[in-house]
Design a protein around this ligand. Structure first.
Ligand code: ADP
Ligand code: MG
Length: 348
C-alpha cells in the first residue's frame, strides 16, 4: 500500500471510478458525501456520510487523508476553502468558485480571447424585455445547474411568463448556437506546461443529457488542433492540477465555441478507461497525488453510451457482452427517470 490516502468529496459514479483507479495504484480512498446511498461507497475504502456544512464530520474526514479532491463541482466554495486551510485541495478551490458561476466562467474564457456563445446577465424579469437579440436562446441559472437542470429554452419574449421562472435567482441568457456537433477535450495537467491531453471526443445529447460519446470525433484537423490548443490555454491559465474537461460547440460554419468547463473528470471521458493506456481517472489521481506522468497512448477507437433510467435493466437481466464491450453498472439503489445508471463502452 502507498502512504497516500486520497480524500474525495462527492460519492457519485465519478467518485467510484476515481476510487477504482486509485486502488489499481494501491492508493486508499476515503469518500465524503451527503447522500447516504452514494454509489461510490461500494468502491472506496472508507465512506463518510455527512452534510457538507457539518464541520465535525468534515474535520474527521480531513484527519484521515493526505490529500483531497472532488468529483462534484457544486460543493460550496466556503467548504472547499476551509478544508484547504488544513489539507491541500486539488484542483484549487478558487478554480471551482470561478467555474461554478456560469457568468464568471464565460467572462474568464472571453478574456483569454477564446470564443463562447453570446451571453448576457439577467437579474430580473424586466431585463429580458430588451434582449430580443439573444433569442432564440437558453436562460440558465448562473449556479448549480447540471444535465440541463435550471435551463429554459426561449424562442420569444411572450413565452417567459408561462414558464414559472424563479427570478429570485440569477441567470444568464445565451444565444442558441445552431449546432452541427458537440465535442469535449479532456486534459490532465501536472504542472507548468506538463500535461496529458486526450483527442477530442464527439458527444450526442438527448434532452440536454449526454447519451453517446465516441472517438475519433468526425471533425476537421483545424478543429482538432484549435480545441486542444484552447483546452491547454485554459488549464495553464487556471494553473490547474488534475483532470479537466472543456465542452465545445461547433456551429454549421465550423466555428468553435467553448460551452463550459468542468473542473473534474467528465462523463464523456469514460471511454478513456478502455481506449487509452491511462484513463482520465488514473491521470487525475496521478496529478493530484504528484505521481509520475505516463505518456498517453491510444489503444482503440471507442464508443460509449450512457444507460439512463431503466435502460440499465436490459443489461442487468442479461449481461452477455461481446469481447470488445465493457459494462459499468453504477450500482445505484434506485432507478430514476433521467438518472445515469451505468454506461457501456464498445471498442471499435
Ligand atoms: P449542463 O451544465 O446542464 O451540462 P450545458 O450548458 O452544457 O449545461 O447545456 C446542456 C446541453 O444543452 C448542451 O450540451 C447543448 O446540447 C445544449 N445547449 C446548451 N446551451 C446551448 C446553446 N447556447 N446553444 C445550443 N445548445 C445549447
Ligand atoms: Mg454541459
Amino acid at each position: 500500500m502507498s502512504e497516500i490516502k486520497l480524500g474525495i468529496l462527492g460519492g457519485g459514479q465519478l467518485g467510484s471510478m476515481l476510487s477504482i483507479a486509485a486502488k489499481k495504484m494501491k492508493i486508499r480512498t476515503v469518500i465524503y458525501s451527503d447522500d447516504k446511498d452514494a454509489p461510490a461507497q461500494n468502491f472506496c475504502d472508507e465512506f463518510i456520510f455527512g452534510d457538507y456544512a457539518n464541520k465535525d464530520l468534515i474535520y474527521d474526514f480531513i484527519k484521515k487523508v493526505t490529500i483531497i479532491t472532488f468529483e462534484f463541482e457544486n460543493i460550496p466554495f466556503e467548504t472547499l476553502n476551509e478544508i484547504n486551510k488544513l489539507k491541500t485541495v486539488l484542483p484549487k478551490p478558487s478554480i471551482n468558485r470561478l467555474i461554478q458561476h456560469r457568468l464568471a466562467e464565460k467572462d474568464f474564457v472571453n478574456k483569454l480571447n477564446i470564443r463562447t456563445t453570446r451571453y448576457v446577465s439577467v437579474n430580473k424579469r424586466t431585463d429580458l424585455d430588451s434582449l430580443e437579440d439573444f433569442l432564440p436562446g437558453i436562460l440558465k441559472t448562473t449556479t448549480m445547474g447540471y444535465d440541463g437542470k435550471g435551463q429554459f429554452p426561449l424562442r420569444n419574449l411572450n413565452e417567459i411568463d408561462n414558464l414559472n421562472i424563479d427570478f429570485t435567482k440569477e441567470y444568464i441568457l445565451e444565444k442558441l448556437v445552431k449546432l452541427k456537433k458537440e465535442i469535449s477535450v479532456i486534459i490532465t495537467r501536472f504542472g507548468n506546461n506538463k500535461y496529458e491531453i486526450y483527442e477530442p471526443i464527439e458527444n450526442n445529447h438527448e434532452d440536454q443529457i449526454l447519451r453517446k460519446s465516441k472517438i475519433p470525433a468526425e471533425i476537421n484537423k483545424d478543429l482538432i488542433e484549435q480545441s486542444k490548443e484552447w483546452s491547454i490555454q485554459i488549464s495553464e491559465e487556471l494553473k490547474y492540477i488534475g483532470t479537466l474537461c472543456v465542452e465545445y460547440f461547433i456551429d454549421r460554419n465550423d466555428n468553435l465555441y467553448v460551452n463550459e468547463i468542468a473542473p473534474r473528470v467528465h462523463n464523456s471521458g469514460h471511454l478513456t478507461i478502455n481506449a487509452y493506456n491511462v484513463s482520465q481517472f488514473e491521470n487525475h489521481v496521478r496529478a493530484v497525488c504528484s505521481l509520475p506522468q505516463i505518456p498517453l497512448k491510444k489503444i482503440s477507437n471507442a464508443e460509449m453510451i450512457n444507460l439512463i433510467g431503466n435502460q440499465i435493466n436490459k443489461y442487468r437481466q442479461n449481461p452477455k457482452l461481446n469481447e470488445n464491450q465493457f459494462l459499468f453498472d453504477y450500482l445505484k439503489k434506485e432507478i430514476k427517470d433521467k438518472r445515469k445508471m451505468g454506461h457501456l463502452t464498445t471498442l471499435i
